[in-house]
Design a protein around this ligand. Structure first.
Ligand code: GLN
Length: 550
């Protein structure tokens, strides 16, 4: 398993799901990983997605929620965001594998002649490639535990090769090096007033038919599961009662590690993996965060202006970063979701009234762009704290060019390729790119902040690294005119000169960033821009709270 001389030999935990999707496998996996980490173990989590896309980068957010971006520029499932937010450890491309990527690797090898003379098959070639991807993280020698979350539901045709590969790994590595956790649902039938275990029994049976006997069953439920019912689940599913773990609906996802600790999920996992560890999980910092989160002394309302607001998961990392920032400030952040296309001329003002801050979200394409620009205008003119991310920053630049510089047709060439004033334009190295998948400017890039600027004060340092996902950029041929009129480029990529951050002086808080600070916000290290945006909104709200009701 591990290469010679490497310090750590990894053990593998697999998390499968049954009965229905969306049970929160990612949160349960992250919570267990957090508990193991808090006991001093080094843990990473990877996600297998059974779809054919190579990665979710080309998916509409309505299909699969936010596309999360790692430091190394992988476009990944949003669960990786949870892994990072809980563990505070960066993930990478190796942490998210799709069926498409597995097949792509196998077919590339086949064309190269690696299997010369052989018929290439799901078993063993696809399953071997899956096993190789699982072991890759363990072989770095960095981890005691590699957790693998298998997307979808047991019984889905498309996840079968992943389940089979995991089964084989248990056989390869032995019982004490592998652990299977199965997450199921215990539905509550309101009419009968009863919790029902049958779907769980069926789901575990389905898994057993695929050769996997789960070691631990985590039961999602709205109500507490009585002891007797735990015994029943244990008996029918062939596990000990101690290994039936209740996961009751929580007030916040950040409660789940503590709930899982109460259920002794970490103890059971360690016991089954033959890992002796009697350290008590150090969760002081986590508890401090939860305490601040649950006992806010103030509240504010932020308008989140975006194109995909009907599906909250589209902005998962922004929402979570706002929660982290709210906790730091002991402030409850209420998000008012505003569909950008509804902010039409003549009507947008009243829709934005009463907000303590306005965040214009990232996005792609024409729909709703004018509403985003109107939201910026409102924030700028009314001195409402403004935070623009990626397309949000680009909207701020367009708005300023149109309404302050007077370049009426200023636009991004993404939305209007014929504009005479492409203030936002395709990056030079994007011009010859025709493939859509994985070709944006992706991942972490350096940014140098201007000394004394607001963003410099916020980060408290000059050199930062943040993650990107875009094709268009601030058009530097307008830089001088924009700066002379009051929009200052306060963050620049030191290697390319690309504008990464803009500010307007003479405004309580007006910051637009080409990067995505939300991706790096964690419980342990909330993103500074969010923390200070919330602070500015709080300041903005105080005079109003005294007299006016919002
Ligand atoms: N559509 C814009 C671009 O590609 C912004 C992307 C984003 O907001 N992530 O540059």
């Amino acid at each position: 398993m591990s290469g010679k001389g490497q310090p750590k030999t990894a053990k593998y935990i697999f998390v499968t799901g049954g009965v229905t999707s969306s049970l929160g496998k990612g949160i349960v996996a992250s919570s267990l990983a957090k508990l193991l980490q808090a006991r001093g173990l080094s843990v990473t989590i990877q996600k297998f997605d059974p779809y054919i896309n190579i990665d979710p980068g080309t998916l509409n957010p309505y299909e699969h929620g936010e596309c999360y971006v790692t430091n190394d520029g992988a476009e990944t499932d949003l669960d990786l965001g949870h892994y990072e937010r809980f563990l505070g450890v960066p993930t990478s491309q190796a942490n998210n594998i799709t069926t498409g990527r597995i097949y792509n690797n196998v077919i590339t090898k086949e064309r190269r002649g690696d299997y010369l003379g052989k018929t290439v098959q799901v078993v063993p070639h696809i399953t071997d490639e899956i096993k190789r991807s699982i072991l890759l993280l363990g072989e770095t020698g960095e981890y005691d535990i590699v957790m693998t979350e298998i997307g979808g539901c047991v019984g889905d045709i498309e996840s079968l090769p992943f389940i089979e590969a995991a089964r084989q790994l248990k056989w390869d590595l032995g019982d004490s090096n592998t652990l299977f956790i199965h997450l199921t649902l215990i539905p509550y039938l309101a009419s009968a007033g009863e919790l029902k275990t049958k779907p769980t029994q069926h789901s575990v049976r389905q898994l057993s038919q695929l050769g996997i006997q789960p070691d631990i069953i985590v039961c999602r439920t709205e109500h507490s599961i009585p002891q007797e019912m735990r015994r029943k689940i244990a008996l029918f599913c062939n596990v000990s009662s101690n290994d039936v773990i209740e996961s009751k609906d929580a007030e916040t996802i950040y409660d789940v590690p503590l709930l899982m600790r109460k259920e002794k999920l970490d103890q059971r996992a360690l016991y089954k993996l033959d890992i002796y560890n009697d350290r008590d999980a150090d969760l002081e910092q986590w508890k401090g965060f939860l305490g601040r989160l649950k006992n806010p002394t103030e509240q504010i309302t932020i308008g989140l202006v975006g194109k995909y607001v009907e599906l909250k998961d589209s902005y998962k990392s922004i929402v979570e970063a706002m929660i982290h920032a709210g906790a730091v400030n002991e402030t409850k952040v209420n998000l008012r979701w505003i569909a950008s296309e509804t902010l039409i001329d003549g009507e947008y003002q009243h829709k934005l009234e009463g907000l303590d801050g306005i965040l214009v979200a990232p996005g792609f394409g024409e729909r709703g762009i004018e509403g985003k620009i109107n939201a910026v205008r409102y924030a700028r003119e009314n001195k409402v704290p403004f935070f623009g991310i990626c397309l949000g920053m680009q909207s701020a630049v367009i708005e300023f060019a149109r309404n302050v510089l007077g370049l009426e047709d200023a636009h991004s060439s993404e939305m209007n390729p014929d504009t005479q004033n492409p203030i936002i334009d395709l990056m030079a190295d994007q011009k010859d790119i025709t493939n859509k998948g994985g070709t944006m400017r992706l991942g972490a890039y350096a940014c140098k902040l201007e000394k004394g600027s607001l963003i410099h004060q916020i980060y408290g340092k000059i050199n930062i690294q943040e993650r990107h996902r875009h094709r268009y950029e601030f058009n530097n041929s307008y830089l001088e005119r924009m700066q002379a009129a009051g929009m200052i480029a306060t963050g620049i990529n030191p290697d390319t000169g690309l504008v990464e951050a803009v500010e307007i002086k003479d405004h309580p808080f007006f910051v637009g960033v080409q990067f995505h600070p939300e991706y790096k916000s964690t419980v342990a290290n909330p993103a500074p821009l969010f923390v200070h945006f919330v602070r500015a909104a709080l300041k903005n709200s105080i005079p109003l709270m005294k007299g006016t009701s919002k």
